[in-house]
Ligand binder design. Structure first.
Ligand code: HEC
Length: 195
């Protein structure tokens, strides 16, 4: 078994005119397996430019997955609110910028994806997070931004009094959440929202 007469990657083979042991693919070969042809999905860029559209369909499940992953991977530094005041920042790690700075509010979606994938300045890359989960996180970061910048008038009129009651403290957010959970049984058991 030890000494099989086989070629290793990059070996030379004088039998072929180009001396390469590895042969080019036969024209018309159909790829099977992990083909990364979708630039927008895998790099967040098209022709080197950061995309500003989601390459995955945004659903409630995606946002819930994003919230879950964000709270695990990003909130220790960025905080659950995204203001950059996470727990380990409070213990001395360098402070990231708030997601509500103008520059980040207007940054294309592909930029957030790129920061997760390749890291940014002092921030490490999170490329061990699966690609789809990275986009779920991007969607959630965007949700945090929209929520932060949102006005009462952005909410459907029917829901405005309810929201006002929460912001003025007449009803607590937890009361609201419990009612919402109770009225939507099964939401916790959606695929992907576990862990
Ligand atoms: C260990 C702490 C830490 C964690 C965890 C972390 N970040 Fe960061 N992040 C930083 C720091 C520090 C910076 C500022 C880097 C710099 O400017 O040098 C930063 C910057 C950013 C920026 C702004 C980049 C810019 O253009 O200024 C974004 C967006 C971001 N992080 C998203 C994320 C997301 C999403 C996650 C989770 C997948 C995450 N970060 C996890 C520390 C962290």
């Amino acid at each position: 078994m030890g000494g099989q007469p086989s070629y290793k990657p990059q070996d030379e083979n004088p039998m072929f005119a180009d001396h390469r042991a590895a042969r080019p693919l036969v024209p018309g070969t159909v790829f099977r397996g992990d083909l990364r042809a979708d630039d927008a999905l895998y790099t967040g860029k098209v022709n080197g430019k950061e995309v500003d559209e989601f390459p995955i369909k945004i659903t409630r499940e995606v946002l819930e997955r994003g919230e879950n992953r964000f709270n695990i991977y990003c909130s220790p530094c960025h905080s659950k609110l995204g203001d950059g005041n996470g727990m380990i920042v409070q213990r001395g790690v360098s402070r990231p910028p708030s997601y509500y700075e103008d520059r980040l509010l207007t940054a294309p979606l592909g930029h957030i994806y790129d920061v997760i994938t390749n890291g940014y300045g002092r921030m490490y890359s999170y490329d061990h997070v699966p690609v789809r989960d990275r986009w779920c996180i991007v969607a959630y970061v965007k949700t945090l931004q929209i929520r932060h910048e949102g006005k009462l008038s952005d909410v459907p009129p029917a829901l405005q009094p309810k929201l006002e009651a929460i912001t003025t403290g007449t009803v607590s957010m937890d009361d609201e959440k419990q009612t919402a959970d109770a009225s939507e049984p099964g939401i916790k058991s959606q695929p992907g929202s576990a862990e």
